[in-house]
Write a protein of this length. Structure first.
Lengths: 493, 491
């Protein structure tokens, strides 16, 4: 196997055993980047010089026999909404085009402390608002599995980078599916942890109530190791839980699913979604049964019916106030005008993309007197009902399987003109976010056209370990996703 | 002058007090913004740098709870924060983090005493919120109008405030004033705030309406921008007259916010209901809710000092002081403490009360001191002085001069008495006679006038008597002095 095909854990082990150096691992990553980035467009900023310097530092530390951390020398990438000290952090927006933070996001510090080497900042939908990574200042990212298709979003750059073998592991953020859906579209693994597992300090917010830092990788084991690094109490984020977290990699020793009770989503007919994805869900259920679990079909009526509406009301309302700080005064783009109001309007109109402006306007409207009572108030109530629905499920079941997305990755430019259609693609991911639950996208191989299939494994709040356990059993049965050399597939029927 | 009889006045107040924490409400920047270089007390959090999150200052929660308890409010086990959204350059996040709905303390009351007698003003709630920054307009009058540009200073942004919202229980500007005075006193007693209105540590917004003939509330008007107790009273007075005039002429009061103009002594319309901001309150999801346990509430309760009204009662009971005396002595807790120290050093309570109330306060004023703790005459020294007066070792008149010397920096009581030149013991007999002779010879015109019968009212004799008393530093008996003088003048 070549270096770029290894998982993060395998890479760390090889570097530790001096099979190759961290510098070599970084160089291997940049070889992939220089070969394919022109086609994929996953990265906003690359950090080759710094990465090589840090890699050689790690190599020296290892040579001296020091413990340089669990991911010593392993390359990684973060989405460009993670603040990085002295490194441009754009959020894919013109308003932060040239902004360099003066501090690192906590998760970036954690990864650096674990010895991982930051290679680049990945593309995203502007302010993480979108499901296709098409709303970006650098243009769309393409899906490495089929360059004519979207990689999903908003963490499309991170997912594409992992699938294309730039790095074994990347960080994204998932608010309503922004890591799980691109992981599904790019055929890799991605875990949105329970809300409160990972610090949000230094993550440029989209929706404070739902944003969660989420790792993407090509193995469940890598996700578990990343969780051990990322999930910890942070005195800088009071919404990050202070509880003693389990050793997530312990879940990997789950041998089978005997004694497990697993629910499988039964709310849709095969005709209501992509048949291949419907098939992948059934297959995952069968595999669970084969692994010894008691598997039962179970519906999710409230969450599926009201999830998308509730999510957009919640997220847009939050975003409309959270994005108020981009006023052209302290940082970011400033466009003057004859009055204060003109300055605000000029700056924000010219510097936010269409989707961001749409969401700010909708969110502002939702919180306005009258609308609040009709939309935000009910949304809160529905969220409570959904939580009760999930509580009911997890009283009976250890894990719940449902699709990650209702459709396969679509062709570039086909959905961004219809936001409503794009929003409905979130039907299976947003309820999990609203419930604060852990959700893992597991790659389930490919359909006949070579497009990635997947399933979503969900657990109770703070049951991230359980989810990793089920995922690792299924992954052993179906096989880990492989790196792909980015290419366009032939004509699709 | 405002007419209160025509239509009953209904006033409710919203008082913001700056909590005396060392650091801001959601970050660790210092709170002492006065006189600081603009934007020097700032950090990524209070500048709303992307990715930062607020961190709640526990001390602010403790001080807010203390104030709530002082107001007899109910401290809530669970409360949270909201975002109050509006765009203005002094608000870095474009929202103010404030409590809304679920607040840290609910209910309570404050007893006031004004010309209308004792009254209980109910408190609706107390909540925590952050202050905004400040805009500086480079115009001659410091106003926005005509400014080519404005500068913004975020030093004050994020400083913790507690807002105390009263029920509409006050019915005159004097009551409103007294409510604020009592609230400020409470805040100072509790070390919750310095409560200075001039520096903006205490800010008052007033809601005022005139009741309808059927007794129902009239339309409410909010008044802002009153920077002193005096302007609070004047603004309310003005508003009562204005509203009465509008109603007398058949007009209607419109619901609006008006700004008090201290120079012109008028209120001016700032915005009305139609143009009022919709703040789009939204729960602040970046902060965990405030959870206060029963144990913590107990702890807050146990740490409460003696409150002003408790102290007043105790002073009356233990020291036998009058209502007026207790209220002056307990006005500031530092003064009350000083008084108690004077008494505990052996001065008789009633005489000590007089000395502190009259002479000490006068001296403080003369020395331009605001805090008794800066006063050079420490309580033990004053106690010693009072005891000597009590033992008739020194006259009251001389003792006052001694006090002035001590207050000006003379550290030694004996030395001060010597410097005042007060003779030890009394001036009488031959000494007094010799002094009278000297006074008469030094004032021959006055003596002649008296002898020629021009002192029908006795004023001139009194003048000479005063000179004798002054020379003796009060150590002569005024009656004896008068007799000696009269004898020497031949009647």
């Amino acid at each position: 196997m070549q270096i770029h095909e290894l998982t993060a854990v395998e890479t760390a082990k090889a570097i530790k055993e001096k099979k190759f150096s961290s510098v070599e691992a970084v160089k291997a990553g940049f070889e992939r980047i220089s070969k394919y980035e022109g086609h994929v467009g996953a990265l906003i900023t690359t950090l080759e010089e710094e990465a090589l310097r840090k890699a050689s530092e790690i190599d020296s530390r290892l040579a001296r026999g020091e413990d340089a951390g669990p991911l010593a020398g392993v390359p990684y990438i973060v989405k460009d909404n993670f603040c990085t000290h002295g490194i441009r952090t754009t959020c894919s927006s013109r308003i932060l085009e040239n902004w360099k933070p003066t501090y690192n996001a906590s998760p970036v510090n954690y990864m650096n402390d674990a010895g991982a080497i930051l290679m680049a900042k990945a593309n995203l939908d502007e302010f993480a608002m979108g499901s296709s990574t098409e709303n970006s200042i650098i243009g769309p990212t393409k899906n490495p599995r089929d360059l004519r298709r979207v990689p999903g979003g908003s963490s499309g750059g991170s997912a594409a980078a992992v699938a294309a073998g730039y790095v074994p592991v990347a960080l994204g953020t998932d608010t309503g599916g922004s890591v799980r859906q691109p992981a599904a579209f790019c055929g890799i693994q991605g875990l949105k942890p329970s809300y409160g597992e990972v610090s949000r300090y230094g993550i440029i917010a989209y929706c404070s109530a739902l944003d969660q830092v989420s790792p993407l990788a090509r193995s469940v084991e890598d996700l578990a190791v990343a969780m051990e690094i990322l999930a910890r109490a942070d005195s800088s984020d009071t919404t990050c839980d202070g509880y003693d977290r389990p050793k997530f990699s312990g879940a990997l020793s789950t041998e089978n699913l005997k004694g497990c009770r697993i629910g499988v989503f039964a709310g849709f007919e095969a005709s209501q979604m992509d048949p291949d994805l419907y098939g992948a869900l059934s297959k995952a259920g069968d595999m669970c049964r084969e692994a010894g679990a008691a598997v039962e079909p179970i519906d999710l009526p409230i969450a599926v019916k009201y999830g998308v509406a509730t999510y957009y009301v919640t997220a847009l309302a939050d975003a409309s106030s959270k994005l108020g700080c981009y006023d052209g005064i302290r940082y970011g783009t400033h466009i003057d005008g004859p009055t204060l109001a003109d300055m605000y309007a000029n700056t924000r109109t010219a510097s936010f993309g269409e989707e961001v402006r749409r969401r700010i306007i909708l969110g502002t409207c939702l919180l306005t007197e009258g609308f609040y009572q009709n939309y935000y108030g009910p949304a809160l109530k529905v969220r409570t009902k959904m939580t009760e629905e999930f509580d009911g499920i997890f009283e009976k079941y250890d894990a719940y399987l449902l699709p990650t997305t209702p459709s396969l990755p679509y062709l570039l430019g086909t959905k961004e003109t219809d936001p409503n259609r794009m929003y409905l693609g979130d039907v299976f991911t947003v309820p999990i976010s609203l419930g604060g639950l852990p959700g893992l996208n597991l790659s389930m191989g490919f359909n006949g056209d070579g497009l990635p299939l997947s399933v979503q494994i969900v657990g109770p709040r703070y049951g991230d370990s359980k989810v990793l356990g089920v995922a690792s059993v299924l992954e052993r049965m179906i096989g880990r996703p492989r790196v792909c050399d980015p290419r366009a597939l032939g004509e699709v029927a | 002058m405002a007419d209160f009889s025509k239509r009953p006045v209904v006033i409710g107040l919203e008082v913001h007090i700056q909590l005396s924490t060392d650091t801001k409400l959601f970050c660790s920047c210092p709170t002492d913004y006065i006189g600081k270089e603009p934007n020097s007390n700032t950090c990524p959090i209070c500048l709303a740098v992307p990715g930062t999150l607020p961190l709640l200052n526990d001390r602010a929660v403790a001080l807010g709870s203390r104030m709530g308890l002082g107001l007899h409010g109910e401290i809530q086990h669970y409360s949270n924060f909201h975002r109050k959204n509006y765009f203005y350059p002094d608000l870095a996040k474009a929202y103010q983090i404030t409590q809304y709905g679920l607040t840290i303390s609910v209910g309570g009351y404050l007893d006031i005493e004004s010309e209308g007698g004792a009254k209980r003003v109910r408190v609706h709630h107390l909540h925590l919120e952050e202050d905004a920054g400040k805009l500086v307009h480079p115009t001659a009058d410091g106003r926005l109008t005509g400014a080519a540009y404005s500068l913004v200073d975020y030093n004050r942004g994020g400083v913790p405030l507690s807002e105390i919202v009263s029920e509409p229980d006050m019915s005159s500007p004097a009551e409103a004033r007294d409510y604020v005075v009592r609230l400020r006193q409470l805040a100072r007693y509790l070390d919750v705030s310095d409560g200075e209105m001039e520096s903006g540590s205490l800010r008052v917004d007033a809601n005022i309406s005139l009741s309808n003939p059927d007794g129902s509330y009239g339309t409410r008007v909010e008044i802002k921008n009153m920077n002193s107790l005096k302007s609070l009273e004047r603004a309310l007075m003005y508003e009562i007259s204005r509203q009465n005039k509008v109603l007398d002429s058949g007009g209607r009061i419109i619901q609006e916010t008006r700004l008090w103009d201290d120079a012109e002594e008028v209120t001016r319309s700032m915005r009305n209901k139609e143009t009022a901001s919709d703040y789009r309150y939204y729960p602040e999801m970046d902060l965990a809710p405030i959870v206060i346990t029963d144990d913590q509430i107990d702890k807050f309760r146990r740490s409460m000092p003696e409150l002003p009204w408790e102290k007043r009662e105790r002073f009356a009971d233990c020291f036998g002081l009058s209502k007026e005396e207790t209220s002056i002595l307990t006005e500031q807790k530092e003064l009350a403490r000083y008084y108690e120290d004077v008494v505990s050093n052996g001065a008789p309570p009633s005489r000590a009360a007089n000395w502190v109330r009259m002479e000490v306060l006068r001296s403080l004023n003369e020395h331009g001191l605001r805090d008794i703790r800066d006063f050079k005459v420490r309580p033990e020294l004053l106690a010693e002085l009072v005891k000597r007066v009590e033992a008739r070792e020194i006259s009251s008149t001389a003792a006052k001069e001694v006090l002035d010397l001590l207050a000006s920096g003379e550290p030694d009581l004996g030395e001060a008495i010597k410097r005042v030149g007060a003779p030890a013991g009394r001036v009488t007999g031959d000494d007094l006679s010799a002094l009278a002779d000297r006074i008469l010879s030094e004032n021959p015109d006055v003596a002649d006038a008296i002898r020629s019968g021009q002192d029908k009212k006795g004023g001139k004799v009194k003048f000479l008597q005063g000179l004798v008393m002054k020379e003796t530093k009060g150590q002569a008996d005024p009656k004896e002095a008068s007799e000696v003088l009269s004898r020497k003048l031949g009647f």
